[in-house]
Write a protein that binds this ligand. Structure first.
Ligand SMILES: [Fe+2]
Ligand SMILES: [Fe+2]
Length: 159
């Protein structure tokens, strides 16, 4: 069973982010297709990947003028909290929580990517922040950074 199909609408023209997002979709689909034995290990792999995925974006946010408590980061924290709770439940034998969460994640992810992640990718590109090197590109001087910390995610959902 495929929970989420990768489509061009998920491509945000940030190669590093796109690679991470493809991995997320693959791991999510692996969980969706897992038999009972493979379910919890597969979900743990997805959880570990998601921790890194979110941390990567949050490093970029921090480096490009976002306040730590901005709404994109808050949404990451909420998703991780739910995933950790489900992992705990499943570790206690209630693996059905994983099966219930998979379609939720599959419907959450495209919205998140197309709004918050797309806004972050655009912000980094506009600023000249190289997300592969995790540094401003030569010539993209620090004064281009926002004067005050950004508390929204920059997407239309924050307008
Ligand atoms: Fe993302
Ligand atoms: Fe994100």
């Amino acid at each position: 069973m495929t929970a989420l199909t990768w489509t061009d609408t998920l491509v945000l023209d940030n190669p590093r982010m796109d690679t991470t997002h493809r991995e997320f979709v693959e791991l999510l689909n692996a969980v969706a297709a897992a038999d009972d034995e493979a379910l919890l290990p597969g979900f743990r792999e997805l959880l570990e990947h998601t921790v890194e995925h979110f941390a990567q974006e949050e490093r970029w946010m921090l480096a490009t003028g976002f306040a730590p408590e901005n709404c994109h980061q808050t949404q990451h924290a909420m998703v991780l909290q739910v995933m950790r709770e489900v992992e705990q439940r499943a570790a206690g034998g209630e693996t059905e929580f994983i099966r219930r969460l998979v379609p939720e994640l599959a419907s959450w992810f495209p919205q998140h990517a197309e709004m918050m992640d797309a806004a972050l990718a655009y912000h980094c590109a506009q600023l000249g922040y190289d997300t592969t090197e995790e540094a401003l590109r030569p010539g993209a001087a620090a004064p281009a950074l926002p004067q005050a910390p950004i508390t929204g995610c920059g997407s239309a959902s924050c307008a």
